[in-house]
Design a protein around this ligand. Structure first.
Ligand SMILES: NC(=O)C1=CN([C@@H]2O[C@H](COP(=O)(O)OP(=O)(O)OC[C@H]3O[C@@H](n4cnc5c(N)ncnc54)[C@H](OP(=O)(O)O)[C@@H]3O)[C@@H](O)[C@H]2O)[C@@H](O)CC1
Ligand SMILES: Nc1ncnc2c1ncn2[C@@H]1O[C@H](COP(=O)(O)OP(=O)(O)OP(=O)(O)O)[C@@H](O)[C@H]1O
Ligand SMILES: [Mg+2]
Length: 322
């Protein structure tokens, strides 16, 4: 059953003001890349939709470049969805390699990603990644390297499976954002707090969870989205859509990646003092929900994730017209 977290009205974030304050202007002096370079680590033999949804959402919101690092099988499929994405077929699952090849392949994977890492404004780790142990070992190495380079990471889907079992990957890293759905949240609470999800005290539990992982930002998805970095908590409850088709969390992960990059640019200029990861989560959640609402108005019961992506542009235009 969908959980309902009790919350006072003061928890609701002023999402529209936040969006307006962090969306950068479109100026002719800017060069390609300044509006954001995002990379999604995800996509395997089973799942090709999730990394596509995340990466294309980043572009539709306004990022300049969107990369996908996926398995060799998934790459041609993802490329065929869109020529806009830069797709790197570097990951391997255990079924496609011999044991004696593993260490050389793992070294090749990290060497490929290292070439690009410093250029990225944010990584999204997990959409459609799968749970192959060798693949997840390689992704752990990518995350360690991202952390060394101070690149923010949005962790979702199977990335959360990895992180829940290896909390050290993100623990104490203030540029990590975890975006759990109901199941993923339950597993995190059990692992970190050694307890069950408690909706009577939902805000306190979320604060404790974020604090327990050393001040990472957690966006708990649900009827309302609740966000905390262990110090503050807020909510986004803007009306979205009653359709629960798969893939909406993937749009969210790509959106949060872009908005947190923009919020960090504002923070660097001294324009905003609030934690940029919180600002990114509020903005991403609000925009996805608005787009879902517009898509549902038009498509009703047949609303799919692709329809919601088509409304990202109109939603952002309504809030911040160009
Ligand atoms: N097109 C693609 O390529 C997509 C690929 N995706 C990728 O799939 C991978 C696994 O991610 P996931 O989200 O399917 O796994 P998880 O969270 O374990 O859920 C599994 C099951 O939990 C249940 N359940 C759900 N909500 C519930 C609720 N409120 N309360 C109670 N139960 C609830 C429900 O099970 P059921 O109703 O059948 O019992 C649901 O089926 C990951 O890589 C992700 O990125 C997706 O992004 C989608 C688009
Ligand atoms: N009951 C609900 N009512 C309204 N909006 C919801 C509800 N549940 C989730 N959402 C919205 O949908 C978005 C995706 O949440 P969801 O729980 O579906 O993620 P997910 O399971 O990871 O999705 P995905 O299928 O992409 O893996 C959230 O940002 C949230 O705003
Ligand atoms: Mg998900």
């Amino acid at each position: 059953m969908q959980s309902v977290m009790s919350s006072g009205p003061s928890l609701e974030a002023d999402a529209v003001s936040i969006l307006r304050s962090i969306i950068p202007g479109l100026e002719s002096t800017k060069h390609k890349g300044q509006a954001g370079k995002i990379a999604v680590v995800g996509g395997c033999r089973e799942y090709t939709g999730a990394p596509y949804f995340s990466a294309i959402s980043a572009l539709k919101i306004g990022a300049d470049l969107s990369h996908v690092f996926c398995t060799k099988d998934a790459a041609p499929v993802i490329k065929s969805y869109s020529p806009e994405l830069i797709v790197h077929p570097i990951l391997e699952e255990s079924y496609s390699i011999r044991d004696e090849e593993k260490s050389s392949i793992a070294a090749k994977v990290i060497a490929e990603v290292e070439k690009w890492m410093e250029r990225f404004d944010c990584l999204v780790v997990g959409p459609g990644l799968g749970r192959d142990p060798f693949l997840l070992d390689c992704v752990s190495n990518i995350m360690k390297h991202a952390r060394e380079c101070n690149v923010p990471m949005v962790i979702d889907g199977d990335g959360l499976f990895l992180v829940t079992n290896s909390l050290d990957l993100v623990s104490g890293y203030p540029l990590a954002v975890l975006t759990p759905n109901v199941n993923e949240y339950k597993r995190l609470v059990q692992k970190v707090l050694n307890s069950e999800v408690n909706d009577q005290n939902g805000t306190d539990q979320l604060l404790s969870l974020a604090k327990g992982i050393g001040g990472v930002t957690v966006l708990r998805k649900g009827k309302s989205d609740f966000i905390s970095d262990g110090k503050t908590a807020c909510a986004v409850s803007i009306y979205g859509s009653p359709r629960r088709c798969g893939g909406q969390g993937d749009i969210l992960s790509g959106s949060v990646a872009v908005f947190l990059s923009w919020a960090r640019q504002c923070a660097a200029k001294g324009e905003r003092s609030m934690n940029p990861t919180i600002l990114g989560c509020v903005a991403g959640s609000a925009l996805l929900r608005r787009a879902a609402s517009l898509a549902f108005e038009s498509k009703k019961r047949s609303t799919l994730t692709g329809d919601i992506i088509e409304y990202l542009g109109r939603s952002i235009q309504e809030i911040c017209p160009v």
